[in-house]
Unconditional design. Structure first.
Length: 147
């Protein structure tokens, strides 16, 4: 049983978003923003539907959360994402001044970790590998099916 409001609880919710992307033939990445144990922003990849390379799951969730709060800083919020953010999304997280980023699967090719964590805001806490197997399996299945 997953404890309510744990990292695993919110990662499972992010996986639901990734499954939506999978069903829509998008790379299955899901994200959500949490404030005070409440989900205030959700997103999944929309790059194919919107024909926009910046329409990553994280960008969708961050924009939704900022709209919900009516401000540009998310300094008391956490981002949960099923795949390690790319450099673009990590840079956006910097400007939003996120309190915490939690991700599932590592992205050894395009994850921001390939250039180091200095791209994040100095106060941002980082946790990787939460439900890594489940998050990674969905992406692997997607690409296996494409080939």
């Amino acid at each position: 049983m997953i404890e309510a409001y744990s990292d695993e609880y919110f990662m499972r919710e992010a996986l639901k978003e990734a499954e939506k992307a999978y069903e829509e033939e998008e790379i299955p990445v899901g994200a959500l923003v949490v404030a005070g144990n409440r989900i205030i922003g959700r997103g999944h990849n929309l790059t194919e539907r919107l024909n926009d390379v910046t329409a990553h799951a994280e960008m969708q969730a961050l924009t939704a959360a900022a709209g919900y709060l009516g401000g540009k800083y998310l300094d008391e919020c956490s981002l949960y994402v099923t795949l390690e953010p790319c450099v673009m999304c990590a840079g956006a997280a910097y400007w939003f001044q996120l309190n915490k980023i939690v991700f599932g699967a590592y992205d050894k090719k395009r994850g921001f970790g390939t250039i180091g964590s200095r791209v994040l805001h100095p106060k941002t806490q980082l946790t990787g590998g939460i439900m890594e197997a489940e998050c990674g399996a969905l992406i692997q299945e997607f690409f296996r099916r494409k080939r």
